[in-house]
Design a protein. Structure first.
Length: 137
């Protein structure tokens, strides 16, 4: 026995095999990364630009303030409701809600404006008290 490590010799390529080998190299380059041909990894959906909870929170606030104002549902409770419903929406719409920014803007506008519809838009000026002496300086 010899103390030299066993080195495998690379096989010689015959001229008629060279064309086949070149064709296989081209085919491998076309495939891209090594792996099973035809098996593409599933694309990872991008998270929505605005978290679902932030889209739902104004709607929850609107519903709580309009339908049940006497219940006095706190902002913390509304946030918990929005988080719970956001998880449901994310389950059924993993790519985000199928709406554009216009719908989101309308929802937020409605959440802000609708609870205030019963109030006057302008603050009425306070009447000047009569009978109060005017001070001269």
């Amino acid at each position: 026995m010899t103390d030299q490590p066993h080195v495998e010799k690379t096989p010689e390529i015959l001229p008629e095999q060279a064309a086949d080998l070149a064709g296989l190299e081209l085919l491998a380059d076309d495939m891209g990364e090594p792996g099973i041909p035809g098996s593409e990894p599933e694309p990872v959906p991008e998270p929505p630009a605005i978290p679902t909870k932030d889209l739902i929170n104004p709607l929850v606030s609107l519903v709580c303030g309009s339908l049940a104002p006497a219940w006095e549902i706190t902002e913390g409770e509304q946030s918990q409701l929005a988080e719970a419903y956001a998880a449901v929406v994310d389950k059924y719409f993993p790519d985000g809600l199928p709406m554009g920014p216009e719908i989101g803007a309308l929802m937020i506008t409605a959440a802000i404006v609708l609870p205030r519809l019963g109030k006057p838009m302008q603050v009425e000026p306070e009447p000047e008290p009569e009978g109060k002496p005017v001070e001269n300086k």
